[in-house]
Design a protein around this ligand. Structure first.
Ligand SMILES: Nc1ncnc2c1ncn2[C@@H]1O[C@H](COP(=O)(O)OP(=O)(O)OP(=O)(O)O)[C@@H](O)[C@H]1O
Ligand SMILES: [Mg+2]
Length: 452
């Protein structure tokens, strides 16, 4: 609509001058012909009658008015015989004064008969000294052209509107409205309400955008739920040791604890404080690993040596429950590029779990092999195993399964997985078909692959 409005302003402004110039040139061309006829008359080749006839032919075919005046400003020829030309006589002196040599005089003047109308007039001194020729046309004729063009513009605008109207309506219904709905839902989500879904059955781009939007909303809802759970877990984990510490210290302060039991309770306070430190350190570790802020100091290391060192370190814990710890490796060495302390941390957690969950007098076996350019470490225990439905959740933060009283905070496996992934490897778990215990397997790229 705006562009149509602009066209209606621009077109008259542009065409008015253009059309007037055209008309002016047209009148000049006609006067050239008249001038030739008049000079033929002046030189005696034509009689006055012939002059009259010739000029009448021109003015009828060109649809203009032509007048010839003599030096006394008397009309010697008037194509229309109309009064216009007669009234022009009054202005002739002025026009004549402005004519120099054979140049044209062009002007738009008021119609002497009807002052509301304009006349475009072109005049010239002919070569026959005493004859002065004037051709004119009402400016209304020029404006008629303009009106005609504007009428065409309006007509084409109306047709364009008729055609584009339904298209615009369709576009607004099918594109703009779903986008506005989406904007509303996005606003709701920005206020923390993720329970919103776009309803659509469309198969086009808008439909797939709506599907992606719904997936995003679901994912955000899941993350929000996870965040809430994580917060609840963290506060619960921190509150438990804090409550114990508070209770013990309160008892000591109130004098409810006998002096011989004081040391015992102080040791309990100390171990709870230590537990708190572990939890906080694990949480920080986890957060940094998730954010990719942990820098690994990778250097060539032998995995089998690391496994043996960890087994030795946990030997006492295993033997206390009469659990045997054995290592079988398929080669002398298993070189990887790894951060020694981080790899040890993972092995300690897996082996600690294996011992923790294995029944007394059981067996924990660590074995290693090369498969498809990766070193594999299997840690197999004789515990009660992990229920099939729990296998997928075992690496989640704070997941502690159903066995109560044995586990720690449930952060060990989550950290282990992130650490192994940071080394370009992965961890899997399955149920041992023979013993019913668990088999954890770590996959790490062999060293030559990394440097190739
Ligand atoms: N070898 C295993 N046999 C049976 N269950 C296991 C085994 N290893 C882990 N789990 C289950 O997975 C849970 C998570 O283990 P994870 O090592 O992450 O935590 P945790 O040992 O309980 O505590 P943390 O390692 O943080 O001190 C355990 O609580 C346990 O239920
Ligand atoms: Mg653990």
């Amino acid at each position: 609509m705006l562009s149509i409005g602009c066209l209606n302003l621009i077109i008259p402004w542009f065409f008015k001058d253009y059309l007037q110039k055209q008309q002016e040139d047209n009148l000049k061309g006609i006067l050239y012909q008249v001038e030739e006829i008049v000079s033929a008359y002046g030189e005696g080749y034509l009689s006055f009658n012939e002059l009259e006839r010739s000029i009448t032919v021109i003015d009828q075919s060109a649809n203009v008015h032509i007048c010839l005046f003599n030096m006394k400003n008397e009309i010697i020829f008037n194509s229309e015989g109309g009064t216009n030309s007669v009234s022009l006589v009054k202005q002739l002196e002025k026009i004549r004064n402005q004519l120099t040599g054979k140049e044209f005089f062009c002007s738009v003047i008021k119609d002497p008969k009807q002052p509301t109308l304009d006349i475009m007039l072109v005049a010239i001194n002919t070569s026959t000294e005493d004859i002065f020729a004037v051709a004119f046309i009402p400016v209304a004729d020029v404006n008629e052209w303009l009106t005609e063009i504007l009428r065409l513009v309006w007509l084409s605008s109306a047709i364009v509107l008729l055609i584009t109207g339904p298209i615009l309506y369709w576009l607004s219904k099918h594109i703009t409205r779903p986008l506005l709905d989406m904007e509303k839902l996005a606003k709701k989500m920005s206020e923390g309400d993720f329970d919103c879904q776009m309803e659509t059955k469309r198969q086009d781009e808008i439909g797939s955008l709506a599907v992606t939007f719904n997936q995003m909303a679901m994912e955000l809802e899941r993350i929000e739920k996870y965040r809430q759970e994580f917060l609840a877990n963290v506060s619960h984990e921190l509150r438990t040791p804090l409550t114990s510490i508070r209770g013990f210290v309160q008892g000591l302060l109130d004098g409810n604890i006998s002096p011989e039991k004081t040391e015992y309770y102080l040791l309990r306070v100390y171990s709870e404080a230590e537990r708190l430190t572990y939890i906080v350190n694990d949480l920080l570790d986890l957060a940094r690993l998730k954010a990719g802020q942990v820098e690994l100091k990778r250097e060539p290391l032998d995995l089998w040596t690391a496994c043996r060192e960890v087994a030795e370190g946990l030997h006492l814990a295993a033997s206390q429950r009469n659990i045997s710890l054995t290592c079988h490796f398929s080669s002398d060495k298993a070189m990887i590029a790894g951060d020694y302390y981080r790899i040890i941390q993972v092995l300690v957690n897996l082996l600690d779990n294996a011992i923790k969950f294995t029944k007394p007098d059981g067996q924990v076996v660590i074995s290693g092999e090369l498969a498809d350019k990766e070193w594999l470490i299997h840690i197999k225990d004789q515990g009660s195993g992990i229920a099939p439905e729990d296998l997928a959740k075992i690496f989640d933060r704070f997941y502690r399964g159903t066995v109560t009283g044995i586990g720690g905070t449930g952060l060990g496996l989550a950290i282990s997985r992130l650490l192994i992934e940071a080394h370009g490897g992965r961890i899997t778990v399955k149920r041992a078909s023979d013993t019913g215990g668990s088999i954890f397997t770590i996959y790490l790229p062999a060293l030559q692959i990394i440097y190739n």
